[in-house]
Design a protein around this ligand. Structure first.
Ligand code: ASP
Length: 347
């Protein structure tokens, strides 16, 4: 009996991969999927059953919003049983935010959701888009020795690597290898072949039906520390109307000024029910709040350690947890555990 061809759904949201030059302004702007796919005739060589859905209109990912995440989640939920895997074509600018958001919203995901894009448009002679699209399709179709999907999570495929989506960050505006997980190993290395690191791949503790959480609460923000920040500026930020959660971007291993005005403002925000998550400004390593006196002050002020979580995963995790309607103390509890492989917490 012939084996079934892998059935893959491509969701085209926009991004450089499908852009063309505006003849008047010469700026790149998103274009439709038929243009994109016509430029990758090699897709026909894959013996896959490929279908597509496209955003209308396709967008530059700098315009990405929780509503768009919800649209993607809908497309996946509606087609979940009918497909073996999903490929999302997306701009690189906010790709790591989308990957993180979808990893939380698609609870119990156990099929591949591979997000890719490119640095050069598909119509350019030296484009990286063709290779990225073809490899993403191959990763979405890959199975292990037992015939199960190799990837069962949201992942970013870019040039030579496959990364866990909620561990990824855009590292370069120029290089073809634009993404990296600074605190987690690659899921696969792409070279002459696709070499999966099976021990790094996420697996659900037990198989459960997909449950999509559409509600992402946008009442969250970043507060980035820098030498010279004044009490007026910090106080203004911490009193942003309606704010529920803050990702506090601190120095090094999670340190902040230890001056009394600083601790008082942070502690006051905590007492007003604002959840503050401590994430380092460093690209590699994580928060160890009890290592220095300056970090310890934050613990005493009610700040929660973000350990080695990325900024993208931190802000979208807050949106997701508040979107569930949880009270601040419960949100803090969930921030201290990994929901879908987004953080390493040493017990
Ligand atoms: N501005 C583009 C976008 O994020 C950049 C890209 O796709 O590389 O949509």
């Amino acid at each position: 009996m012939a084996l079934q061809r892998p059935k893959i759904l491509i969701i085209y949201t926009g991004g450089t991969i499908g852009m063309i030059e505006n003849p008047v302004t010469h700026a790149l702007q998103p274009f439709d999927f038929s243009h994109l796919i016509e430029n990758v005739p090699k897709v026909q060589l894959l013996d896959y059953d490929i279908h597509n859905i496209q955003f209308n209109p396709p967008i530059d990912s700098s315009n990405m919003s929780p509503q768009h995440w919800s649209d993607m989640a809908h497309a996946i939920e509606d087609n979940y049983d009918a497909y073996d895997g999903f490929v999302v074509l997306h701009g690189t600018d906010t790709m790591a935010f989308t990957a993180s958001a979808l990893s939380f919203m698609l609870e119990n995901l156990s099929k591949p959701l591979i997000i890719t894009g490119s640095q050069l448009p598909i119509g350019e002679v030296r484009t990286d888009g063709e290779e990225n699209l073809i490899t993403a399709l191959q990763v979405a179709a890959a199975t292990d020795a037992s015939g199960n999907a190799m990837v069962q999570e949201v992942a970013i495929l870019f040039e030579n690597y496959l990364w866990r989506g909620n561990r990824s960050t855009k590292m370069s505006a120029d290089n073809f290898n634009a993404f990296r997980s600074n605190n987690y190993p690659e899921l696969a290395k792409i070279g002459l072949g696709i070499f999966f690191h099976e021990e790094a791949l996420y697996r659900l503790p037990s198989k459960r039906p997909l449950k999509v959480r559409y509600e992402m609460d946008p009442h969250v923000m970043f507060v980035n520390l820098y030498p010279g920040i004044t009490p007026e500026i910090l106080s203004h930020q911490l009193h942003t109307p309606g704010i529920k959660g803050i990702v506090l971007k601190t120095y090094g291993a999670g340190n902040s000024p230890s001056e009394p005005w600083f601790t008082r403002l942070i502690s006051d925000a905590n007492e007003r029910g604002i959840v503050i998550l401590n994430v380092t400004q460093c690209v590699n390593g994580g928060v160890k709040q009890s290592l220095y006196e300056t970090g310890n002050c934050l613990s005493q002020a009610g700040v929660v350690s973000g350990h080695d979580i990325t900024s993208e995963a931190a802000i979208t995790k807050l949106m997701y947890l508040f979107g569930l309607g949880l009270p601040p103390e419960t949100v803090k509890k969930y921030l201290q555990s990994a929901i879908c492989g987004e953080v390493t917490i040493q017990q």
